[in-house]
Design a protein. Structure first.
Length: 334
């Protein structure tokens, strides 16, 4: 039996993850509304969808209420790179908290199912490795990353309170480091920055000695997990970790990028960044058991596809969301 066509809202739909999600949902035949304020995203991410009769693009800030009639809501709206979410930390936490309140209010009114894109950052600098969903985290509530970490933690609280108090049908996914085509070239994330530096013949810059570890999930795998969670059984609302369990140091990542590009530039260490987690790796046993999901794309293959995408970019067509954004900043954030 064919899947019923749904009216679906994707907040942050023109961003890196949001645009891939919109593309998948449009291809499935759903009526998709993409909502974005274009702070860290670009219209070019979804221009190939604009002529589709089942796609609509709205410029709107999720911190302000909006009234739509929908069946499902994917709440992806929030800057996710430190150089962007630290640019206006008050606005960042308002996006997480007020954005959650607004989409939850819409879900309550329309009886829609609503999914929160949470983050591995809610675990902070973990002292449990790998991180299961039961781990409550080690977060500095007054540090420079707190606007994002605590904003996302508060959003999770709101989702579960709306579920318990008002019967809202929720889902919560905790996203670990994700990469792939349509990453913003000036987003300050480690994969995009190292690729840009290598393609430009510049030295690759990492923070500290590069021994901090991350597990990198290719975007196609991540989107599959998000959709499975939204459409899964109502007795499993999460939170659930979505990420790759293959762990690499930042230095190993830099070396692999140099090898794939064929560059012989140096890897240069910069001073460590405050509150940068030393390790990050998901325990995805729950996702395997409940969703039948696990990543399939290996890092080397995903990086090759991502490098090919960046080779074809005209950087003059991309604006820097903030003046602090620089291609020489290689944050290890997701």
């Amino acid at each position: 039996m064919a899947e019923a066509i749904k009216r679906i809202l994707v907040t942050g739909g023109a961003g890196f993850l949001g645009s891939h999600l919109c593309e998948r949902l449009v291809a499935q035949g759903h009526d998709v509304i993409c909502l974005d304020n274009f702070f860290t995203s670009q219209k070019s991410n979804v221009t190939h969808l604009l002529d589709k009769p089942n796609f609509e693009l709205l410029r709107h800030d999720v911190t302000h209420p909006i009234f739509l009639e929908v069946d499902q809501i994917y709440n992806l709206a929030c800057p996710a790179s430190p150089v962007h979410y630290q640019f206006n930390p008050i606005k960042t936490i308002k996006t997480s908290v007020m954005g959650a309140i607004n989409v939850l209010g819409m879900a309550k009114r329309t009886h829609a199912k609503v999914l929160q894109a949470s983050t591995s950052e809610i675990y902070g600098d973990p002292d449990v490795h790998p991180q299961p969903e039961s781990y409550r985290g080690s977060v500095n509530p007054i540090g420079p990353r707190a606007c994002y970490d605590e904003g996302k933690r508060c959003a999770e609280t709101l989702f579960f309170d709306y579920h318990r108090s008002n019967g809202v049908n929720i889902r919560v996914v905790r996203i670990f480091n994700t990469y792939g085509p349509r990453m913003h070239p000036y987003d300050g994330r480690v994969v995009s920055n190292l690729i840009l530096q290598a393609l430009g013949g510049e030295d690759l810059t990492i923070y500290g000695d590069g021994s901090q570890t991350r597990s990198f999930c290719y975007v196609d795998d991540l989107i599959e997990g998000i959709i499975r969670m939204m459409n899964g059984p109502d007795d499993f609302i999460g939170p659930v970790n979505l990420g790759n369990t293959d762990e690499f140091t930042i230095r190993q990542l830099a070396e692999m990028i140099l090898e794939l590009i064929g560059s012989r530039v140096r890897i240069v260490s910069l001073p460590p960044v405050a509150d940068d987690p030393t390790q990050r790796k998901p325990d995805i046993a729950l996702a395997r058991a409940k969703l039948g999901w696990e990543p399939r794309v290996k890092l080397r293959d995903g990086l090759a596809r991502t490098i090919e995408y960046f080779r074809g970019l005209d950087l003059s067509q991309y604006r820097r969301p903030t003046q602090r954004t620089s291609p020489v900043i290689a944050s290890s954030a997701h």
